[in-house]
Write a protein that binds this ligand. Structure first.
Ligand code: ATP
Ligand code: MG
Length: 263
């Protein structure tokens, strides 16, 4: 984030704890980046954390790599530990007095196969506006959502509704700066220098799971596992749907709604 962007960010008066839901390629990463600029709303991207683990060859990364390449989903309990651990590490949730232990990324590994996610230490969200955060890519299943509910009171769920033909076209042209998670598109959001990140000047890459076959599988798994999430959050009254054919159409609507609720 540049200094000028930080100066222009609007302040929130209430803590926003936002979940972004939408099919792969709906622009979750793009909107996250803009919300960071516009409201200093920091995001945790489950996909970015997993890709970081793959790059660093961690045990979790090595386990996740083949699942992600195949377009499948990582085990729910592992994801819950990973994300809740990240939230507490960043200080966005406070340990309640009854908390028995802290959670670490390695904790995610410990529970694989033997301990239930229900044993996660309970955490309370801070109501300070600077503890606002956004989750991109998590929860992705109703099971993950139920587990998250036990830990933190999220207060806004955004459903990004983008037509399928737009999504398919987008993925073909998508390039990423993996270390930061910045996303570019050769047609609608090109980098200043073709093939290179605007901020660091480092080379952009194509995500391994953005090939057409894997992408079709990711869309299928979204329909099967993630679409029921919308129903789940609709029942709790947190769901808000925003539609648009481009991220530029969606951003002003999303900004206005965030400001209306939390500004
Ligand atoms: P996009 O980034 O294009 O919006 P996406 O939502 O499919 O698409 P990521 O969120 O980056 O992509 O996730 C990439 C992969 O990481 C998923 O296909 C899945 O294998 C794994 N993954 C990410 N988040 C989760 C999660 N919450 N539960 C299970 N698997 C996950
Ligand atoms: Mg993403």
């Amino acid at each position: 984030m540049s200094a000028s962007t930080a100066n222009h960010a609007r302040k929130l008066r209430k803590a926003a704890r936002v979940i972004l839901v939408g099919p792969p390629g709906a622009g979750k990463g793009t909107q996250s980046g803009r919300l960071l600029e516009h409201f200093r709303l920091s995001a945790i991207s489950s996909g970015d954390i997993l890709r970081e683990n793959i790059r660093n060859r961690t045990p979790l990364g090595m386990q996740a790599e083949s699942v992600m390449r195949g377009g499948g989903l990582i085990n729910d309990a592992v994801m819950v530990k990973l994300i809740v651990g990240e939230l507490s590490k960043r200080g966005w949730v406070e340990s309640r007095p009854t908390t028995t232990s802290g959670i670490t990324v390695t904790g995610a590994l410990e529970i694989m196969g033997h301990t239930s996610a229900a044993k996660t230490a309970r955490l309370a969200a801070s109501n300070c506006p600077s503890s606002s955060f956004l989750l991109d890519g998590f929860p992705r299943t109703v099971t993950q959502a139920e587990s998250l509910d036990k830990e933190v009171d999220m207060n806004f769920v955004v459903n990004l509704n983008v037509p399928r033909d737009v999504i398919l076209d987008r993925i073909a042209n998508r390039m990423v700066h993996e270390p930061s998670g910045r996303v570019y598109n050769n047609t609608w959001n090109p980098p200043q220098v073709p093939g290179y990140d605007d901020v660091t000047g480092e080379k952009l890459t194509k995500r391994a799971d953005d090939c057409p076959e894997t992408f079709a599988k990711r869309l299928k798994s979204y329909d099967k596992s993630t679409a029921p999430l919308l129903e789940y959050y609709d029942k709790t009254g947190l769901l808000w749907t925003v539609s648009g054919k481009s991220s530029d159409e969606i951003t002003p609507q999303l900004d206005a709604e965030i400001f209306r609720r939390f500004g």
